[in-house]
Ligand binder design. Sequence first.
Ligand SMILES: Cc1cc2nc3c(=O)[nH]c(=O)nc-3n(C[C@H](O)[C@H](O)[C@H](O)COP(=O)(O)OP(=O)(O)OC[C@H]3O[C@@H](n4cnc5c(N)ncnc54)[C@H](O)[C@@H]3O)c2cc1C
Length: 405
Amino acid sequence: MVVGIIGGGASGMAAAISAAHNPDTQVLLLERQARVGRKLQATGNGRCNLSNLHASQGGYHGEETGFSDYAISQYPPEETLAWFQKLGLLTVAEASGRVYPYSDQANSVVDVLRFALEKPNIRVMTGVEVRRVKKSSEGFLLETDQGQLRCERLIVACGGLAGSKLGGTMSGYQILRGLGHHCTKLRPALVQIKTDWPGITGLKGVRANCHAAIYRDDVLFARSQGEIQFTEQGLSGPVIFEISRDVCREKGKWVCILDLLPQVSQQKLEQLLGMRRDTGLPNGEILTGILHNRLGRVIVQSCGLTLTGAASELKDNEIREVAQAVKGFRVSLTEPLGMDSAQVTAGGICTEEFDPMTMESRLVPGLYACGEVLDVDGDCGGYNLQWAWSSGRLAGNHAGGVRNA
Ligand SMILES: Cc1cc2nc3c(=O)[nH]c(=O)nc-3n(C[C@H](O)[C@H](O)[C@H](O)COP(=O)(O)OP(=O)(O)OC[C@H]3O[C@@H](n4cnc5c(N)ncnc54)[C@H](O)[C@@H]3O)c2cc1C
């Protein structure tokens, strides 16, 4: 039996390696880019946050709640890490539950998967794009830019639209729609949020640990804690990704309030700044040593103070204002960036049309789907790759007819 897999990304490679456990199955893995795992190589800022130890406790979204539960429970994080270890990858977990390769290089993850694909019953074809799929009585006819290919069973692992420079495409949605499936509305998720505050350009590249709270029309919408990154256009980093879901989707006044020194109370900070008055520093340096220098200066200016003025002349209420700005720095939000910049696509092919215990289509027997092309997206921190591994292996084992999977 030939199992065709469209997409040599995270879920497609996991599916291929799994399906090939049945020696009677021939696996044909098709990737339109010049090499497999291109997006994977860029994940986690080149470090690849490949899983999260808390992924079995939820953290997945989609119109059908709970669709991902079975796949994640069959192939939970610990088991996934043992699977990777068998492939030759050592991993390390941070206190937050995020898992990375021990080498700290995403390349290592791609490499062990590539090695595992080197099996007599796996054929990997790169630089081949599947344009259309037709169902026939014997299976599936794949129309590619290099001619036609046939397979008895087919796994669509084309990923989502997010990160288009790294391979994100509409292709998987189009192929599955062509076979009768439906798609929910696609939106960027785990994405930067833009601001119209002009001061942001001066903070480009600055990182800080903070508490972030997002308000819509003065009502708390979401909050989280962690690292923020200021970019040329807005706010980014894990703390923002975690709460970016659905921000600015509805009309209203959206504001992010940052506590840039969550471990120090307002009162303590006022005392610290009060002591600095006696040092003879200019205002522009009053937060030096406490915050990133550029961030400190922007905060001083946001309080209407000149950078060159003498800190020794600051009044108590001005010191209080600076401390308040550090503990509650306000940035107005306008809209999320687009799919190009998003890490994951929210929405996708309707999961009601697939069996969560096998990943097989309920509409087209012999057709399977896995990974981001389906309407499943996970929280920030390794949840999306964990979904790719779990759903890919489930689909691969079933499509490949693997016993005792
Ligand atoms: C910059 C960035 C950083 C990220 N960091 C993390 C992270 O650290 N941790 C985490 O959990 N998630 C992360 N993600 C999300 C994660 O990478 C994806 O959710 C995951 O790769 C999805 O796996 P997939 O197999 O469904 O799709 P992909 O990995 O995108 O693979 C799909 C593959 O299919 C190929 N393809 C598509 N259509 C066709 C076709 N018609 N014919 C042939 N081939 C085709 C594509 O070229 C691609 O290689 C990140 C995403 C981005 C963009």
